[in-house]
Ligand binder design. Structure first.
Ligand SMILES: NC(=O)c1ccc[n+]([C@@H]2O[C@H](COP(=O)([O-])OP(=O)(O)OC[C@H]3O[C@@H](n4cnc5c(N)ncnc54)[C@H](OP(=O)(O)O)[C@@H]3O)[C@@H](O)[C@H]2O)c1
Length: 218
C-alpha cells in the first residue's frame, strides 16, 4: 500500500520505517521538500521510501499519518490540503502539548475540544482516526515487546476508516482484543488529556517503555 507520513520527527521516522519493513511504499512529508531529516531517513529506509512536502506525502498516500508537532498539526494538515486528503483515512498520532510554560507540558486544547476534532474540521472530507498517541514511539510499532498485554485506544467518526486503521495496527502487532474503540472523534479529548498523566509516569520511572492495561469487572 502507498502511505503518506506527515512529520519528520521520531514518530514519523519510527512508523515510516516499520511500514517500509512491512512492504509498504512510504512518502514522508515536511514543510520543506528538502528537509534534511527526511532525506536522511529516505537514504536509510531504501527504495520504498520517498520525501516531499506535506502535500506530496498526502497526495502519494492512500492512507496518511499525521505525526507532526501538536502546535503545528492544523497548519501541517491544512497545507497538505483537503484535495490531497479527500476521502482518505488520516491517522492522527499527535498531541496538543504546549511546552512554552516549562518542561511539563499543558494542553493547548481540551475539555470541550481536541486536536483530533480540530484536524477533522480542518479537512472535513478526510476521515480522521485518532490512535497511537498514548504510547512512546517504539511501543507503537512493537507492542509485543512488553511481557504483558496492554491497551490501545482508537476513535473517529467513520467506522470503515477505523477498520482500515485497525488492519495496519494488527500488522504492527496489536491484537484485536487489546484495541479499545472509544467511539467518535470527540473521544480524542480523553486520549489527549491522558498524555498529561503519561508525562508524569514517564518522569516517575525515567522510561517511556510502559503502557496502560485495563482491568475490568463483570
Ligand atoms: N515522540 C513520541 O514518542 C510521541 C509519542 C506519542 C505521540 N507523539 C506525538 O506525535 C507527534 C510527533 O512527535 P515527534 O516527537 O515525532 O515530532 P515533533 O518534533 O513533535 O514534530 C515534528 C514535526 O512537526 C512539524 N512541525 C513543527 N512545527 C510545525 C508548524 N508550525 N507547522 C507545521 N509543521 C510543524 C515538523 O515539520 P518539519 O518537518 O517541516 O520540521 C516535523 O515534521 C507530536 O504531536 C507528539 O506529541 C509523540
Amino acid at each position: 500500500m502507498k502511505i503518506g507520513i506527515l512529520g519528520t520527527g521520531t514518530v514519523g521516522e519510527t512508523i515510516g520505517t516499520k511500514l517500509v519493513e512491512l512492504g509498504h511504499t512510504v512518502t514522508m512529508g515536511s514543510r520543506d521538500a528538502a528537509n534534511v531529516k527526511a532525506a536522511a531517513w529516505v537514504k536509510k529506509a531504501g527504495k520504498h521510501a520517498a520525501a516531499g512536502t506535506f502535500k506530496d506525502a498526502a497526495t502519494a498516500g492512500e492512507i496518511v499519518f499525521n505525526c507532526t508537532s501538536g502546535q503545528g498539526s492544523v497548519a501541517a494538515v491544512t497545507s497538505a490540503g483537503e484535495a490531497a486528503l479527500r476521502g482518505k483515512v488520516l491517522i492522527d498520532v499527535s498531541n496538543p502539548l504546549d511546552f512554552t510554560k516549562g518542561p511539563i507540558p499543558i494542553l493547548s486544547v481540551g475539555n470541550t475540544d481536541s486536536l483530533g476534532e480540530q484536524l477533522q474540521k480542518a479537512v472535513p472530507s478526510a476521515k480522521v482516526v485518532k490512535t497511537l498517541n498514548t504510547l512512546g514511539a517504539p511501543l507503537m510499532v512493537n507492542p509485543r515487546s512488553l511481557a504483558d498485554s496492554h491497551n490501545l485506544f482508537i476513535c473517529g467518526d467513520d467506522d470503515g476508516a477505523k477498520a482500515k486503521a485497525v488492519e495496519l495496527l494488527r500488522s504492527f502487532g496489536w491484537r484485536d482484543e487489546d484495541i479499545v474503540d472509544l467511539g467518535d472523534i470527540t473521544a480524542a479529548r480523553g486520549v489527549e488529556a491522558y498524555v498529561l498523566l503519561w508525562v508524569r509516569i514517564y518522569r516517575r520511572f525515567g522510561s517511556a517503555n510502559f503502557n496502560l492495561k485495563l482491568v475490568r469487572g463483570k
